[in-house]
Ligand binder design. Structure first.
Ligand SMILES: Cc1cc2nc3c(=O)[nH]c(=O)nc-3n(C[C@H](O)[C@H](O)[C@H](O)COP(=O)(O)OP(=O)(O)OC[C@H]3O[C@@H](n4cnc5c(N)ncnc54)[C@H](O)[C@@H]3O)c2cc1C
Length: 390
């Protein structure tokens, strides 16, 4: 059996590769959530070219700024972009989460207002779901929204909000009926981050970056027209948003590139002389097989989307496998490079721009963000395999 994409999709892969080669200068480092902010001139110039072509929203309907390309084309595009560590232009949350959920649940006015602004890159979004006491058990969230005339007034705290310090708008979950069972009293809002009463404080992670934030909402007025979908039905849209978030080939494609670069070092024997190549060779072989497994799981998710479905436990399986692979691979990379692997990018002696020491620390978050591995296994066990909850 020889699985392959349609010829037009493979031809498109070639176009994406040429585009990246032609437009991304060799001085670009990339491969990190914060790369766009570390080399903003390169990231902005590249993002402008992408936006001109509408590639980042290629599968969206034309009326919202997309190209109505197939999901498989989009998959190949995402795979090539992640493999090349290309800049995202800060568009990830808007394109991957917010646009699709507004298309499914938004009013005509919400669609007309928000979708073109995501498609032309003028507005970026963040996801205000998690709270200090509501992560895995997200339905316990306590942020309150109380109706007051034409507005809702929002009070509460969110945490771990990725790129919240740069975002213009936020998808926010808040409790609108505290008397209802917890899943049935939550509503979903589209919140302008510039509204009075919103405070964003970046948080530093163990690798020294600031990929996420805590956010405070104090008497923030949100117009009632910014409620997404029905009042108190926000939980169900949140679950779909998480399914969108867990879909995607980005992590596995990034692992593929990391594996290729690490193998190149090994072949050149450009690693710590103390390293026992025979020991790491076996691990490298295992990681390479796992990259192929991860690709298969991500392709399955894209095939479901392509057929008009919303992947659920399939997205959890892909996310679970990809994030754990990323950690295993970072571990293997550190072993391959020996002591040199601990050097950060500032060092003259660092290999691979010092990314291995950073990856070793940063990939720890992979099995927490977008739902922990335990939560993904629960989804697969109950919704995918029909195992009992209790
Ligand atoms: C880098 C990063 C970026 C993030 N970005 C965002 C963002 O943009 N927006 C946002 O809203 N959130 C974001 N998050 C938050 C993320 O969704 C939560 O951290 C995650 O859901 C876990 O919640 P928690 O941290 O409260 O841990 P907890 O829920 O307190 O979990 C603690 C431990 O208990 C385990 N556990 C909990 N419940 C169960 C169970 N039922 N069965 C088995 N084990 C269980 C967990 O697996 C975990 O190991 C981000 C997190 C990280 C690390």
């Amino acid at each position: 059996m020889d699985l392959r994409f349609e010829p037009d999709v493979e031809a498109f892969r070639g176009r994406v590769r040429s585009f990246i080669q032609g437009n991304l200068p060799p001085t670009w480092i990339g491969g990190d959530w914060e790369s766009d902010h570390q080399q903003p001139e390169i990231a902005d110039a590249f993002a402008r070219k992408l936006i001109e072509q509408r590639w980042h929203v290629m599968a969206w309907p034309k009326q919202y700024g997309g190209l109505e390309a197939s999901y498989m084309q989009q998959l190949v595009y995402n795979e090539e972009m992640s493999y090349s560590r290309a800049p995202s232009g800060g568009a990830w949350a808007g394109v991957q989460l917010v646009g699709p959920i507004i298309m499914l649940n938004g009013t005509d006015e919400q669609k007309a207002h928000h979708l073109p602004a995501i498609a032309d890159g003028s507005v970026t979004w963040c996801q205000g779901f998690s709270e200090p006491n509501a992560g895995s058990d997200l339905a316990s969230l306590q942020t309150r929204a109380i109706r007051d005339g034409d507005d809702f007034v929002i009070n509460g705290q969110k945490i771990w909000t990725s790129s919240g310090q740069y975002a213009d708008w936020c998808i926010l979950l808040a409790r609108t009926d505290p008397a209802a069972p917890k899943h049935r009293g939550i509503s979903y809002f589209l919140v302008d981050m510039k509204a009075p009463g919103v405070t964003v404080r970046p948080l530093t992670d163990l690798a020294g970056g600031q990929p996420f934030n805590e956010m405070y909402f104090e008497d923030v007025k949100v117009p009632a027209k910014n409620l997404l979908g029905e009042l108190n039905r926000g939980w169900y849209m949140a679950a779909t948003t998480l399914d969108f978030e867990r879909s995607g080939i980005g992590t596995v494609a990034a692992c593929h590139r990391e594996w290729d670069d690490t193998a190149t070092l090994l072949r050149k024997a450009d690693v710590d002389p103390g390293i026992r190549i025979a020991a790491v060779r076996l691990e490298m072989a295992e990681r390479r097989i796992e990259v192929e497994v991860g690709r298969g799981l991500a392709y399955r998710v894209a095939a479901i989307q392509s057929a008009g479905g919303v992947p659920n436990h399939e997205a959890s399986a892909s996310k679970l496998f990809g994030s754990e692979l990323n950690q295993r691979l970072a571990n293997t990379q550190l072993k391959v490079m020996g002591l040199v692997g601990q050097l950060r990018y500032e060092s003259l002696y660092a290999r691979m721009e010092g990314r291995v020491s950073h990856r070793y620390m940063f990939t720890i978050q992979d099995t927490i963000a977008a739902g922990t591995s335990e939560i993904q296994r629960n989804v697969i066990a109950t919704r995918g395999l029909g195992l009992p909850r209790n």
